[in-house]
Design a protein around this ligand. Structure first.
Ligand SMILES: C[S@@+](CC[C@H](N)C(=O)[O-])C[C@H]1O[C@@H](n2cnc3c(N)ncnc32)[C@H](O)[C@@H]1O
Length: 201
């Protein structure tokens, strides 16, 4: 997955103005390079979602595996507040987050090329190590926040109507691998979509 995957997907799906923000200058450099090779009219800026400036008033904010980087509840709440400051009243936040109910350490994700294990635990969170076991072997660590932590942070930032939407397997995925291949991950999904509406002031 390229670092700018989602911003480019959303623009191609018809979003009018797209701004991509990332903490990592290297990620933004790579995204700008992609944009220079294949211009879609997307603007990329370096920014920390926990302290971010107001870049504009957007109908929708998306965050793909961002909130799992928050080190503590205060940072998580700040990230949601920064996002809210960039969204119009009644606008939406759509985030992909590690599934709060995911059961770690079972090995049921090995057919998909990775293994997840709990390496720590705190209030409203688990610390998780993800090991990729394909040709390219590497590890990352992230926080699996509880539903309660997300819903608290959403409410503090002025979001309402939180919805948790499970992933479904695409027609192409079923055609390519067969339905049975997906049974394990559908029974213990690794990720989930969290969306909410910003309440008018
Ligand atoms: C899994 S990637 C997301 C993919 C990317 N947004 C895309 O459209 O494909 C998660 C990204 O979050 C970024 N990140 C981590 N902490 C952040 C923070 N505090 N503010 C902004 N970005 C952050 C990381 O640098 C990383 O590139």
């Amino acid at each position: 997955m390229r670092d700018c995957h989602y911003s480019r997907l959303l623009k191609r799906l018809g979003a009018k103005n797209v701004l991509g923000v990332d903490l990592s200058p290297a990620m933004i450099e790579a995204a700008r390079h992609e944009e220079s090779q294949n211009a879609l009219g997307i603007v990329y800026e370096v920014g920390d979602a926990a302290t971010m400036a107001v870049f504009g008033s957007f109908d929708v904010a998306t965050a793909a595996f961002l909130f799992n980087y928050a080190e503590d509840e205060q940072t998580l709440a700040q990230m949601f507040r920064s996002v809210a400051a960039n969204v119009i009243p009644d606008g939406r936040l759509v985030a992909v987050v590690p599934n709060p109910d995911f059961i770690n350490g079972r090995g049921d994700t090995l057919p998909y090329g990775f293994f997840l294990e709990k390496i720590g635990e705190g209030p409203m969170r688990l610390r998780v190590r993800m090991t990729f076991v394909g040709e390219e072997k590497f590890r990352i660590e992230f926080t699996q926040w509880s539903r309660h932590a997300y819903e608290d942070a959403l409410a503090q930032a002025g979001f309402a109507d939180a919805q948790w939407t499970p992933f479904a397997v695409s027609k192409e995925g079923i055609e390519r691998y067969g339905q049975n291949f997906w049974d394990a991950i559908l029974a213990n999904p690794k990720s989930v979509v969290l969306s909410a509406r910003k309440k008018p002031a």
